[in-house]
Design a protein around this ligand. Sequence first.
Ligand code: BGC
Ligand code: BGC
Length: 832
Amino acid sequence: MRATPVCRCEQGSPARSALLALLALLCALLPMSGLGAAPRGLAHPQLWPRAHSVGLIDAPSEGFISDLLARMSLEEKVGQVIQADIASIKPDDLRRYPLGAILAGGNTPPLGGDERAPARAWLETARAFREIALEQRPGHVPIPLLFGIDAVHGNSHVSGATLFPHNIGLGATHDPDLIRRIGEATAQETLAVGIDWIFAPTLAVPQDVRWGRSYEGYSQDPALVRRYAGAMVRGLQGDPQGAQGVTNARVAATAKHFLGDGGTTGGVDQGDTQVSEQQLIRTHAQGYLSAIDAGVMTVMVSYSSWQGHKMHGNQSLLTGVLKGRLGFDGFVVGDWNGHGQLEGCSGSTCPAAFNAGIDMFMAPESWRELFDNTLAQLRSGLIPMARLDDAVRRILRVKVKLGLFERERPWEGRLDLLGSNEHRALAREAVRKSLVLLKNNAHVLPMRASAHVLIAGTAADDIGRQCGGWTLSWQGTGNRNSDFPHAESIYAGLAAAIEAGGGSVELQADGRYARTPDVAVIVYGERPYAEFAGDRHTLAYQPDDPRDLDLLRRLKAAHVPVVSVFLSGRPLWVNPQINASDAFVAAWLPGSEGAGLADVLVGDASGAPRHDFSGTLSFTWPSSAASAARPLFPLGYGLRYTDHAVLARLPEHAGPGVVASDSDDFLLAARTSGRWSFVLDGAVRMRAVDAGAVQEGGRQFLWSGDKAASIAIAGPSLDLRSAAEQGGSLLIEYRLDAPPAAPLVLTMGCGVRCEQAAGLDVSEVLQRAPSGVWQSLKVRLSSFAAAGVDLSAVQEPLVLRGGGALGLTLKSVRLSNDATGAITLPPAAQNR
Ligand code: BGC
Ligand code: BGC
């Protein structure tokens, strides 16, 4: 047991041993007596402020719901409380399993298409499912279906949508009215494709930006999150105080993730938020107060724990606080398989989560088994009927309030709204307001529109990099400019503005130029990631990859004025990059409107600004790579063109936070280190799972088998030639969860030099491996070389590629120089 502040038991001198023994006894007894410290993870509703769901309850609707409830069968009620992912359910299934909701997860495509399918495919998907739910059949009460999606920066999973800056950028605008307008546009673009429920806004208040979801949060400042939460909910749903109240709301919004997702120790995704109840209230709960007051219809539960207890099972917070003290009248939805992480639960059974107050399970794949089990648990009394009725009432309430029973859908089918001029203009305004100017020595900015400008950096002409995670796919990786029909890269925006002003541009990612530029704009930064794939150990930007910094320094040495445009999902330690730049702009993840940068960076032909900077930091900027670093730039910092501040040279010592780069452990206890990250492409999902006693000690990968997909661990370039010569191998600790249904290739990535590599065939090894037990696979590095991998510059020490269904959990991936048990694998057949 951990010592509590009330009762600290420590070792002392022998002279005091008697006293200590007495104290120890008291320490053991106090928690049991009900005096002393409260059990950990137990909330006290009376300590919390009050809120109140506005507009969700009215007498006629409640009467209508009572009448429906009286006519519904037990099966129909159980159906309402389960949500399936459309990758794992067919419209037809709804005849037998009358589920209340469906969703499209981050990697889930519309029916019959892929993630990049045209918007119309989404509309058709929505209609196909809805139609079955509303069918008139004997003995069936038709109830409209809810369809949820992660429209987290615009309707960001759907091709052609307007992509707004991610929330961290919106935080820098400090403009709640802008947030409301973005909510309204997002709702329209979502309703247009027949989807009526949005899993946003994220109200996390990230305290440690090593967390991979930091960019989903508006600010580390709870007051700003509170001001925004209500504004976004009003924008998405409509004004609860307006003429119609929330009746015929636009879409249902979701305040997520309740509670404390941004407070986990070390910024670990799905981790433990070890703070007091007071701090939970003061820091993490603030957004919920205004969201509930604005009538938010749903709240999603966090994967994380509070004081060691998983939120999915925390009755005191879900029922006592949220539904009681905070007066929340909508429904509570679990996160993707979140219930399955409770002790004694799995994806297919979890009475504890339901009894704790979750009204709808998000059970993407296991919905069928969950349906049968939940039904049985109601019949046996393990789940009280009253609990079910309460949950179903809340869900029906949202459906009534959304007007789904009336089925007037004024926005549906208006595909012209996706990426409309009006919405793109709004996104561009948001980009302008989100930019934060950290340095502008010698007034390099704004640039004269008549100048000759070099545009360089790997992200200059890459819309996918501008958009980050949760863009078309879950991780946002693998997107090309052609995947964005209504979007402009930063380069394209700059070029248009400069050329219109009589200037000229050269685009060259690596910074070479034909004609000496008057100024160079270098666009670089983080590559897309989502959720735990973005967790980092250090705040240092690319401590092992000098390429961006080299480019800046090379230009500076050639006396070219350098403007850095830094794309990132969080503030990072970039002192060397700032030093190597004359101007430095934090541009966050701006989304589809690259032109918003040109609006501010490019002045008129004489160099007078067209738009000034107005964004200021909503997160502090770190002075070292350590997590608890003093701010280099505080909250609210941001220069304007009228400022004449000159930033002196910054220290370039990263401080204690940088992970030593001498290790070639690509993955340990399922965590990639600062220099390595996962890259997922295609129909494969990743999630954190426990490995034996180690919480989240494994990363599970599930290939759906719909089409080819790959996972990779990517990082700095490594020369593995001498390791191979010395008999080294790649050691993988794994557990097979479902054997490969089709050939699977294990290989390494080395950019174009590896494109022709056949890789190794691991199908046979895995086919023979027992399922469900941990084992290791040690593959000689020489076999990779024999299969065409150029070991001199390996950037992805692990790539697994296949087209069939497969379930695999990885615990660790590293190099080994112990040859015991190492095997040689055959090259894979070349025709893939
Ligand atoms: C995320 C949620 C998201 C859900 C559905 C989860 O993994 O934590 O934020 O809404 O998936 O895609
Ligand atoms: C889904 C996401 C979800 C994640 C949870 C992914 O495969 O596509 O929506 O958030 O799994 O781990």
